[in-house]
Structures are given as C-alpha cells and as structure tokens.
Design a protein around this ligand. Structure first.
Ligand SMILES: Nc1ncnc2c1ncn2[C@@H]1O[C@H](COP(=O)(O)OP(=O)(O)O)[C@@H](O)[C@H]1O
Ligand SMILES: [Mg+2]
Length: 198
C-alpha cells in the first residue's frame, strides 16, 4: 500500500460510493466491467487477456472505478498495485534520471500496474514524446511478455493510440480486450461533475 503511491484521497474511492442508479447505460456498463474484472482477477491474472482499459471522456468515473479495483485488490486479495499517473509520473521519471532504472523496474514487476490518463491530451492534442513512448513500450512489452496485468484509463480510443504507436497500442488492446469500455457521448449526461446542470 505504501509503495503504491495511491494517495489518501484515492483510498476513499470504492465500488460502494460509485453511484449507478439514474446513470446512463454506458456508465453502468463501465461499473459492471470494473466489478467483474475485480471478481475474476484471480482466474485471469496469468492469462494473455488479464487487463482492463476504461477509455473515453473526462469526468465519467474512469479513475474512480480503476482506483476501486486497486483498493479492493490491495485490501481483499493482497495484490500489489503500482499507481502511475501518466503526466506526473513521466515528469517525475524525467526529473530524476538516477532513479529511472529503479522506477522502471518497479513498474515492470508490480503485480498490477495502473496507468492513469495514458497519453493525456493537452488542448485537444494527444501528448506523447518519443521518449515517453519508448519508456511506456519497455514497461508494457515486459508486462505483455510476462503476462502481468495492467489497468489503463485514457481519453484516447485504441485507434488513436495506434496513431501514436502501433506496437504499444496493439499490445494494450490484446491485453485489455476482454475488459474494455469506451465511454463516449453527451458530456452533460456522462460527466459526473456536470450532473444536475440540465
Ligand atoms: N458514478 C459516480 N458516482 C459517484 N462519484 C462519481 C461517479 N462518477 C464519477 N464520480 C466522481 O467524479 C469525479 C470525476 O471522476 P473520475 O473518476 O476522476 O473521472 P475520469 O477519470 O473519467 O475523468 C471523481 O471525484 C469521482 O469520484
Ligand atoms: Mg481520470
């Protein structure tokens, strides 16, 4: 738990405080996908399709649901989860090259790696430097080859990830395809932060 880099704020996010009543079907579907993933984790963790990706618009609960899985895996199944927020995580890696190998090693070897906001777009444009793609590829390819689960949230869809890097995106797709949700539509319906506005 201490080494997961999941903050106090995150520890509060669970399945129980994720509301599904009155929510659009897409949101209910995302909840079910996340909950089923947690329930099935033990049976699938060694398989090729052992990972989950929640993709789509901001404010739809992607981080909440993946954090709920992380908290439950850590507390109820004693599985280690390493949290890697894409933007801050890469800034941190870049700031301290001495620790790069050690940190990359942790990301490769953690029981589960949770990458939050992969390729987070800045002003509508997906963000990924060659260096970021290289590092992300090294980690994800290692996990792919060794059947180690990843959990990914992103505003990008798989085809947009393919545009950034095909080798990386197709591995993510292969790992996540059994538990893959795309949340896309009317932001006034889907964005929890806009609830009650219309
Ligand atoms: N269905 C929901 N029930 C309760 N809280 C929610 C729900 N969906 C989102 N939230 C809350 O709204 C905020 C935004 O959700 P978040 O998971 O960060 O969205 P995303 O990662 O998709 O941008 C968070 O504080 C989260 O806890
Ligand atoms: Mg998020």
């Amino acid at each position: 738990m201490r080494s997961s880099e999941i903050t106090d704020e995150f520890k509060k996010l669970g399945f129980k405080n994720f509301r599904i009543e009155g929510k659009p079907e897409l949101i209910q579907g995302a909840y079910e996908c996340a909950y089923n993933y947690f329930q099935s984790f033990r049976d699938i963790r060694e398989q090729r399709q052992n990972s989950i990706a929640l993709l789509g618009q901001p404010g739809t609960g992607k981080t909440h649901l993946l954090t709920a899985i992380a908290n439950n895996l850590m507390h109820k199944k004693h599985v280690g989860v390493q949290y890697f927020p894409y933007v801050e995580g890469f800034n941190d890696l870049k700031d301290d090259f001495d620790k790069l190998e050690e940190k990359m090693g942790r990301m490769k070897e953690a029981d589960v790696l949770f990458i939050d906001d992969l390729f987070k777009p800045a002003r509508g444009k997906a963000r990924a430097t060659d260096w970021q793609v290289e590092q992300a590829y090294a980690v994800i390819n290692h996990r792919y080859l060794n059947h180690k689960p990843i959990m990914i949230s992103s505003e990008l869809q798989i085809d947009q990830m393919v545009e950034i890097d095909e080798a990386l995106a197709t591995r993510i797709y292969e790992m996540c395809k059994d538990y893959l949700v795309l949340i896309q539509g009317d932001k006034f319906q889907l964005n929890h932060r806009l609830e009650g506005m219309t």
